[in-house]
Design a protein around this ligand. Structure first.
Ligand SMILES: C[S@@+](CC[C@H](N)C(=O)[O-])C[C@H]1O[C@@H](n2cnc3c(N)ncnc32)[C@H](O)[C@@H]1O
Length: 348
């Protein structure tokens, strides 16, 4: 279920930390990918070996792929599992779920759900603990390349943008209802778009003049008229499309709700591997792991013995992993990917 699509952005969304220059660049790169994807209906899995290796698969373990997509990571995990191992995959996209039927393997189960429903769904299946969880965030190439999904300004199509087309409001529904101020906040906070106010005003003016925005083509045109400066080679609507997609799918809220569930679900020595594609989501992952892993927030002379302090529930595993130059050459979409890995400790 998509929650609160019409509600005001959450506190975290209203006042995000300023994106770093590097973060902004990453966002730009991910958005540019939308216009550079070359191969419709195929998703090239990003950081395939690195992400699966990071899970340190135990042959008899229970693993979760929270973002099945077209199953690249899932297939690799299954290759490494033994006969008694288990993999439960999630995706909120019905086409992804449909594509999972190609995998006929008794060790594999597919669940149509947003990943923030992970703990409830697993518990309902009798699974209380797992040995590893993988999240490969964002959208897949087949989603971008299917014109009817409304994710891309490359095609003129109904402005949908829902990953789960079975529920929630479309981007067009949101634009039909929202206020100018709320829209400007969404475009600014999720798109890091400096012309957010002008774009919001242009969209609402169109609507008030009886030309509600219902297609990707209309949206791209109105945004282009409101943006006076943009990066060379980038479509002026790139950041607005990105912002609406993140908002419609509540992507950051999903991630924030899921990280504590991963902590609760992971058995001792269980691994969490998360691939992010822009700074807004990577910041949530990084902060969560940091909060569990250390106590940097305590003053140096805090009057408590180290042994009496709460012990870390998670440890960072290695440094962040990025795709090799070779991978980026083969799959341009991978270039902004960042993989973070953490391990659950024994601390309850
Ligand atoms: C980048 S693709 C994953 C690709 C996959 N690792 C592969 O190798 O094919 C992301 C997938 O996650 C799904 N997704 C994104 N956010 C989700 C969420 N909150 N809950 C469930 N699925 C989500 C999307 O529908 C999409 O299919």
């Amino acid at each position: 279920m998509i929650r609160g699509v019409n509600s005001a952005p959450t506190k975290a969304l209203l006042s995000p930390k300023k994106a770093s220059a590097k973060g902004a660049l990453n966002l730009e790169k991910q958005q540019t990918e939308v216009s550079e994807s070359a191969n419709p209906n195929v998703h090239i899995t990003v950081l395939l070996n690195e992400a699966v290796q990071a899970l340190a698969i135990k042959a008899d373990g229970v693993y979760v792929d929270g973002t099945f997509g077209r199953g690249g990571h899932s297939r690799k995990i299954l290759e490494q599992l033994g006969a008694t191992g288990r993999l439960i995959a999630f995706d909120r996209d019905l086409k992804a779920v449909e594509s999972s039927k190609e995998i006929t393997d008794a060790r594999f189960s597919m669940v149509h759900s947003h990943f923030a429903g992970m703990q409830a769904k697993l518990n309902a299946m009798g699974i209380l603990k797992v040995d590893g969880i993988l999240l490969d965030l964002g959208i897949s190439s087949p989603q971008i390349d299917d014109a009817s999904r409304g994710f891309s300004f490359r095609y003129d199509a109904p402005l949908d943008m829902r990953m789960d087309q079975s529920s929630g409001q479309t981007a067009a529904d949101f634009l039909a209802d929202t206020t100018e101020q709320h829209l400007a906040e969404v475009i600014k906070n999720y798109g890091e778009e400096r012309f957010a106010k002008q774009i919001a005003r242009a969209i609402i003016t169109e609507r008030n003049d009886g030309r509600a925005i219902t297609t990707t083509g209309q949206l791209a045109k109105v945004v282009a008229g409101a943006v006076t400066r943009f990066e060379p080679g980038q479509n002026p609507a790139t950041r607005t499309f990105q912002a609406l997609r993140i908002f419609v799918n509540q992507e950051l809220e999903e991630l924030s709700l899921t990280m504590p569930q991963c902590l609760a679900l992971l058995a001792p020595q269980g691994r969490l591997a998360v691939i992010s594609f822009h700074s807004l989501e990577d910041r949530i992952v990084k902060q969560f792991i940091r909060d569990q892993a250390n106590r940097d927030d305590l003053p140096a002379n805090f009057p408590v013995r180290a042994a009496d302090l709460p012990q870390p529930k998670m440890m960072n595993v290695g440094k962040t992993i990025k795709p090799s130059a070779k991978e980026v050459k083969v799959n341009l979409r991978s270039r902004s990917a960042v993989l973070r890995v953490a391990e659950r400790t024994n601390v309850a």
